[in-house]
Design a protein around this ligand. Structure first.
Ligand code: NAP
Length: 546
């Protein structure tokens, strides 16, 4: 193991900024964490942000059609009455510029920007055991040190660009959806190839198809999708949500996924076929992620799941005119919602257009990218632009890439070589005073993110407050409690059908070589919150404090 001397930085005092806490990332998490630590605890805090603007995932994901899958009235902060009552969303599912506008509105209202360093990419972070101090180095050669380091880097922020032979030889342009050019991409008159049909690909294909001369969608795994039924938010909607926010937030926190609706208590198998069909039809007409909540056991019971899967498979046939294409688009290898269910605006309809072609990569895998396009085992597809909607190195990627060394120089990359090991998704043994907002082992990506983020930030803030009140300088998750938590995360996943989707990014299966470990906590937000609260009330059981 490397010694402390070899990993601690030789810090030039003049270039070092000392403070009480360093936050990495200025998205939903980083902004709220800054507000809590600075404005409630009175700490000296700095936020380091790689981008030249705030917004986190919404700063980078600007691909055509990028919008939120949670409904706008609850895809926002709940902690501040004034913000809640002053802000109005324009659409049921806000598009990316509107979410950035919202986050800028919040940041300005709370005067957060003065403590955010933009264009400041963290290249490494190291813990000094003697001083109980984290030192963070940035790409532009700056050093920041503080007793507490908090990662607010998001779960889906490390782009996964597949290593396809020949990409460097491509004469056209290629883009990953998660690193979209801010000036946009002009598709007019262009032949576009899109690889990937997850939530992102399903959002972007209809928009690209409208703009491009021709779109070829390269599909490896067919996906379910529910219509979003997007539309404008009316003045009545705004009044209704403003009047009812207390109840909306209560419901969101009380549930499994941080959404303000309850999951039905009835089994899909407890009703007649006709009644079940009617319930699914209504949910389909209403649209959105709420479809999952139609019955209690869609994600618990294989047969119940089959009823939802079959309903959605049948819908594809009713939308897509060509039966052979409809069959290619029909998922057969996994049950509905065992992978994150996408929602769409005209996805399946896109395949009725004359300028759209679907290629089944299971029947004809990609061999290489050539100078002029994509070559599969069956033919060459001539392209001017390739869009990679190929997802992310989820949950662990953004953390491991920070190049973090903990106690006695141990690297996070090595500690997590066999998969992430966290206690409550908040901390990892040997990484004292390092907190992770919505890290692996927490409900995070299975939830409406702002609500999951607020729970984490509140817990971390209270923990730091308690430590300071008790004169404690160091907190570290015990190995024992961590192993038990990892086992509990597995148990919670195994109580659902989620691990059945073998190609899911929840399992890390989308990144070649990544260990297959179910990463988010599937026990539900309310249960998770009560476990975290109980740990805090017990004097931080499972953590070593000194
Ligand atoms: P994703 O769900 O991981 O989908 C990636 C797609 O690319 C899949 O169809 C995958 O096929 C395909 N793919 C990956 N590598 C490939 C390769 N080498 N060759 C061919 N195909 C390949 O990624 P995503 O669509 O970006 O979504 C990730 C998550 O981001 C979502 O699940 C959601 O949580 C979040 N998201 C949220 C929103 C929102 O709320 N607005 C929007 C978009 C995304 P396989 O299925 O075969 O692996």
């Amino acid at each position: 193991m490397a010694s402390n001397e070899s990993t601690a930085f030789a810090v030039n005092e003049q270039s070092s900024h000392a403070c009480d806490a360093i936050i990495i990332g200025a998205g939903f998490s980083g902004l709220y964490q800054l507000h809590k630590l600075r404005d409630e605890l009175g700490l000296d805090v700095v936020v380091l942000e790689k981008g030249d603007g705030i917004g986190g995932t919404w700063f980078w994901n600007r691909y055509p059609g990028a919008r939120c899958d949670s409904e706008s009235y609850y895809y926002c902060y709940s902690f501040n009455k004034e913000i809640e009552q002053e802000w109005s969303w324009s659409e049921r599912y806000p598009e990316h510029p509107e979410i950035r506008k919202y986050l800028n509105f919040v940041a300005d209202k709370l005067d957060l920007k003065r403590d955010i360093r933009l264009n400041t990419e963290v290249t490494s972070a190291a813990f000094d055991d003697d001083a109980n101090l984290w030192t963070v180095q940035t790409k532009n050669g700056q050093f920041f040190s503080a007793p507490f380091l908090i990662t607010a880097v998001g779960c889906l922020s490390t782009a996964n660009v597949p290593d396809i032979k020949g990409l460097a030889s491509f004469k056209g342009q290629w883009y990953h959806t998660g690193l979209w050019p801010h000036e946009g991409v002009d598709f007019s008159g262009k032949r576009v190839g899109q690889i990937g049909t997850g939530s992102t690909g399903i959002q972007t294909a209809p928009v690209i198809a409208e703009q491009a001369k021709h779109l070829t969608v390269f599909q490896r795994t067919a996906n379910y999708s529910i219509p979003a039924r997007n539309g404008p938010v009316t003045a009545d909607d705004i009044k209704h949500t403003r009047d009812n926010y207390d109840e909306i937030w209560r419901l969101a926190r009380a549930g499994t996924n941080g959404h303000p609706f309850t999951i039905s208590t009835r089994s899909a198998l407890s009703v007649s076929n006709a009644e079940r069909q009617e319930i699914y039809e209504k949910a389909w007409e209403r649209g959105g992620l709420r479809f999952r909540a139609s019955f209690s056991d869609v994600l618990q019971n294989v047969e119940a799941n089959l009823t939802a899967s079959d309903f959605l498979r049948d819908k594809i046939k009713t939308v897509v005119k060509n039966p052979a294409i409809a069959e290619m688009l029909t998922p057969r290898d996994h049950g509905f919602a065992t992978k994150r269910p996408p929602i769409d605006s005209g996805y399946f309809e896109t395949f009725n257009r004359d300028n759209v072609l679907l290629v089944d990569l299971k029947a004809e895998p990609i061999v290489e990218v050539t100078a002029n396009g994509i070559r599969t085992t069956k033919q060459d597809y001539a392209l001017d632009i390739i869009v990679f909607a190929t997802g992310f190195d989820a949950l662990t990627g953004p953390l491991v890439n920070l190049n973090i060394s903990g106690s006695q120089g141990i690297k996070l990359k090595d500690a997590w070589a066999a998969g992430p090991r966290t206690y409550l998704g908040l901390q990892s043994p040997k990484f004292p005073n390092l907190f992770t907002i919505t890290g692996p082992g927490s409900p995070s990506v299975l939830c409406n993110m702002p609500i999951a983020i607020e729970q984490h930030v509140d817990w971390i803030t209270n923990c730091i407050r308690d430590m300071r009140a008790n004169g404690q300088k160091r907190i570290e998750a015990n190995t024992d409690s961590t192993e038990k938590w990892v086992a509990h995360v597995n148990e919670a996943a195994d109580a659902t059908l989620l691990p059945m989707a073998s190609s899911s990014w929840y399992l890390g299966a989308n990144v070649p070589g990544k260990p297959r470990v179910f990463m988010p906590y599937a026990g539900g937000l309310a249960r998770y919150t009560s476990i975290c609260d109980d740990v805090a009330q017990s004097g931080y059981r499972g953590f070593a404090l000194s």
